[in-house]
Each structure stands twice: as structure tokens, then as C-alpha cells.
Design a protein around this ligand. Structure first.
Ligand code: 13P
Length: 252
């Protein structure tokens, strides 16, 4: 059975003390998980080391980073490598988030290089894809997401991507309060699974966890998570509140 995941992307929020309190509250409220459900917390880099202490020995909790650099090491002032993330106990790394693509000019080539680094350092990549509103209005969203996947993933063989997770995050839904409807999300998730099936295999596609992200909250998570191809969520704003994030976790 494929994994279900609820991941919290804190973005550039929470001071250290607040982050530790939030982690503790989420951990305390969420016990007795179904075995296949993983909860990933992705704080700013600087909190990772301290949070690893809080999360170790918690079988359903995993630590995520929000980005990594595309090179192994070197003179890249201010950057953090995948190997460094692995060395502090990080399990997952979000790659290609639309905010990285937009504010930091990340292209599919950068994203593919970062995936390479994640794979080389045994981190589970969470690859983000998703269209802008104008593309959806032009009815080009299926093609657009397909192109993002081809450009970033197709140079890797299936056996290198056993730990891959894909997050479909339509840009128009991120931080806007307007989530994709369960039907819109489901049809894109099904499309993504089909692309991976055509390129790799049916079993690869069936085992792939695909998350939905974009204004996911306690009120809409149950309907989204009920869809057959939606295996969980990548949560922004609602992951900053222990009550909201826990309610989303309990939606399964
Ligand atoms: P919101 O849940 O705040 O819309 O953000 C989604 C997101 O970007 C998660 O990566």
C-alpha cells in the first residue's frame, strides 16, 4: 500500500521557541496513527537540528527541509547542501516549490539538479509541480504539469526514485484561500499518475505518493483526501497552527 503523508511547510515562519512549541503540540496531539501515515514537518533550516531531537523515536514523524542547493558543496555563500541536511537527520526535502521558482528563478534544470542531490544523499524528495491561473484558464494545465514532470524527472531511472513524492500545488490555490476542488485535484493527480505509469511502470505509479497543496485546511481536507489519487497534503498556512494541522492529520 502506498504511503499517506501530511506535510507541513512552515515557509519563513516561526522563531525557534515557537517552532519547538508547535512541534511539541503536534506531537502530543497526534498519537496512535495508522501505520502507513507519515507526518512531515518542514521548518526553516535553522530549526532542523533542534527539531530532530524532539522528533527522534517518534515512528510516524519525519523531518523535512524546504530546499537544498543543487551542488554537492563549495563556494555558494548562504546555501545548504543535501548532504548537510542528511547529516542533521533530515528525511524529506521539498524541491521546486513554486515560491522558489518564482522568487528565486529556479528553473526545471535547477530542480532536476536538486533532485539528483537529494537522491544521492538518501533524502526523500517532495517534488512540487503546478500551474498558474492563466495556464489553467487557457486549458493548458495538464500539458504544463506534464512538461514540468518530463523536464525534472525523466532523466532518472525508476529505481533511483523509489522514495519520490510528488506534490501538486496549483499556484492559484497557494495562500489564496481558494483550494482546488476535490474533482480538479483528483483529475490532475490521476493525470500525474498516468504520466509516471507511461514512462516507468504501473507498479511504480501505483506506489507513488501524490500530495495536494494549496489552501488545504481542516474544512476541505476530508473531501480532498477521500479522492482515490490524493494521498495526503502539503500544507502551508494551516501547518502553523497545532489545532488546524492536527485536524488535517485526523482527516484520514
Ligand atoms: P497554503 O496551504 O498556505 O496555501 O500553502 C501551500 C503550500 O505552498 C505548501 O507548500
Amino acid at each position: 500500500m502506498r504511503k499517506k503523508i501530511v506535510a507541513g511547510n512552515w515557509k519563513m515562519n516561526k522563531q525557534m521557541e515557537e517552532g519547538l512549541k508547535l512541534t511539541f503540540a503536534i506531537k502530543e496531539t497526534n498519537k496512535n496513527f495508522p501505520e502507513e501515515l507519515e507526518v512531515v514537518l518542514a521548518p526553516p533550516f535553522i530549526h532542523l537540528y533542534a527539531m530532530e531531537e524532539l522528533l527522534k523515536n517518534q515512528p510516524n514523524f519525519f523531518l523535512g527541509a524546504q530546499n537544498c542547493h543543487e551542488e554537492e558543496s563549495g563556494a555558494y555563500t548562504g546555501e545548504v547542501s543535501a548532504a548537510m541536511l542528511a547529516s542533521v537527520g533530515v528525511d524529506y526535502v521539498i524541491i521546486g516549490h513554486s515560491e522558489r521558482r518564482h522568487y528565486f528563478n529556479e528553473t526545471d534544470t535547477h530542480v532536476a539538479n536538486k533532485l539528483q542531490q537529494a537522491i544521492a544523499n538518501d533524502l526523500n524528495p517532495i517534488l512540487c509541480v503546478g500551474e498558474h491561473l492563466a495556464i489553467r484558464n487557457d486549458k493548458k494545465h495538464f500539458e504544463y504539469v506534464q512538461q514540468q514532470i518530463e523536464n525534472t524527472l525523466f532523466s532518472f531511472t525508476a529505481d533511483l526514485m523509489q522514495d519520490l513524492v510528488i506534490a501538486y500545488e496549483p499556484v492559484w490555490a497557494i495562500g489564496t484561500g481558494h483550494n482546488a476542488t476535490p474533482e480538479q485535484a483528483q483529475e490532475m493527480h490521476q493525470h500525474i499518475r498516468q504520466i509516471l505509469q507511461d514512462q516507468y511502470s504501473k507498479s511504480f505509479a501505483n506506489n507513488l505518493t501524490i500530495l495536494y497543496g494549496g489552501s488545504c485546511k481542516p474544512s476541505n481536507a476530508p473531501d480532498l483526501f477521500q479522492q482515490p489519487d490524493i494521498d495526503g497534503g502539503l500544507i502551508g498556512g494551516a501547518s502553523l497552527s497545532a489545532d488546524d494541522f492536527s485536524a488535517i492529520i485526523q482527516s484520514f
